[in-house]
Design a protein around this ligand. Structure first.
Ligand code: ADP
Ligand code: MG
Length: 389
């Protein structure tokens, strides 16, 4: 994978694919983490004399919904850089090309939401050529979109004479590959959250390379169901049961230890004012749902994390958004933050949990790409990364 070190950008126009898919509230940027994450690449390119044309998607527009315009992002980015960021009137076309060609070294133009163009998600060559016409050099720093072969992440990369990964994408790929290739041992994977079917492949991979895989969140119920336990009204993805059974069988044959919760916190429904009850054991009675791991499980997992040379954490241990069911996730988050080993966290909600507990700065690497980080760890090739080598 080529990096910024391989590029000659002085006096050139650089098209930078960034991940500015940020949450908005009342027409303003509600969380600018993703914008900040791109600053090292943007600052370096500007210092090296490049003019920057930035492109990102924002949400999933079906048409050109003005609510999904990049305007609030342009304003926030301008504040963060202390430099004006001009918003283009569209994504491609004559007017945008003229604006791009008029840029001087250090200046910035932000294109409109690239998904205003239906060709983006189809990797349409016409759109890719339109984007390529804006610049001389292509840089991809949008790790969160690197698992998609879209016009701005894949197609355009082949059309400019120079292309490379930005510093964020470089760090993401190097750190995540490092977990698989040469991790400090023991390697402990903590996998939770709700979407079992999205994460079975990564559990499978960690059963081969890790020393222990710790399961929490709603993720544990397909495992419990496969073992014949009652899950009551717990969130239990039906399609997750067979893969869970297969993972249990694989772990029984050797490889990583597969650890499941041994106690739970139950609620009578999914809500902050639900009736709450602790359960020593894992058979969930009817009328109740498992909404967090219990304190004994949390202590056991925290001890594994503290002993690890490398920790990968994806997915909260429970419904952490609801205060009565946040303790398990908080205990794991605190253990990860305090761990002496290398700590890597992926997943949008896991990142949100770390932020909620004020611990986001205390991990080695907080991945900006949920789906992309899982696919990379599964061993899949990411089209946006492959296009840069
Ligand atoms: P990430 O975004 O970190 O990959 P997921 O999206 O897979 O994580 O899962 C996060 C969601 O899982 C949270 O909204 C949380 O409320 C939910 N969740 C976790 N454990 C449970 C549970 N036991 N019951 C219901 N929902 C849960
Ligand atoms: Mg999520």
């Amino acid at each position: 994978m080529r990096t910024l070190d391989d590029l000659d950008v002085d006096g050139r126009r650089v098209l930078v694919r960034v991940d500015f898919n940020v949450p908005l509230k009342d027409g303003a940027v509600a969380d600018d983490t993703r914008i900040r994450a791109a600053l090292p690449t943007l600052n370096e390119l500007r210092e090296r004399g490049a003019a920057l044309i930035l492109v990102s998607h924002l949400g999933r527009p079906k048409d050109r919904e003005p609510e999904l315009s990049m305007r609030p992002v342009a304003e926030r980015l301008g504040d963060l850089l202390g430099a004006p960021v001009r918003l283009a009137p569209g994504v491609v076309g004559d007017e945008v090309t003229q604006l791009a060609h008029a840029l001087h070294g250090g200046e910035l133009l932000l294109l409109e939401n690239v998904r205003y163009e239906p060709g983006e998600t189809k990797n349409d060559p016409t759109l890719a050529h339109g984007l390529a016409a804006l610049a001389d050099v292509y840089v991809n720093d949008a790790f969160g979109a690197a698992h998609r072969a879209h016009a701005s992440t894949e197609g355009v990369a082949h059309l400019l004479s120079q292309s490379a990964a930005g510093r964020l994408l470089e760090r993401e790929v190097t750190t995540l590959n490092g977990i698989l290739e040469d991790p400090a041992k023991p390697l402990v994977a903590v996998v939770g959250g709700a979407k079992v079917t999205d994460k079975v492949a990564v559990i499978d991979r960690f059963l081969e390379v890790a020393d222990a895989v710790l399961i929490g969140g709603a993720m544990c119920f397909p495992f419990f169901k496969a073992q014949g336990h009652a899950v009551g009204g717990s969130l239990c993805e039906e399609e997750g049961i067979e893969p869970a059974r297969a993972a249990l069988a694989k772990a029984a044959k050797g490889g990583a230890r597969l650890e499941l919760p041994s106690d739970l916190v139950l609620g009578d429904r999914f809500g902050a004012d639900a009736e709450r009850r602790e359960l020593d054991g894992v058979d969930v009675p009817d009328g109740w749902m498992g909404l967090d791991v219990g304190s004994r499980t949390a202590e056991r997992y925290a001890a594994e994390i503290a002993r690890a040379g490398t920790v990968f954490w994806n997915g909260p241990m429970g419904a952490f958004e609801l205060a009565p069911f946040a303790a398990g996730t908080r205990a794991v988050a605190e253990a990860v933050a305090a761990a002496p080993g290398t700590t890597v966290v992926g997943g949008g909600d896991s990142a949100a949990a770390l932020q909620q507990f004020g611990l986001a700065e205390q991990v080695t690497h907080l991945s900006t790409g949920g789906g992309a980080s899982l696919e990379l760890l599964e061993g899949k090739r990411l089209p946006g990364v492959e296009a840069l080598s």
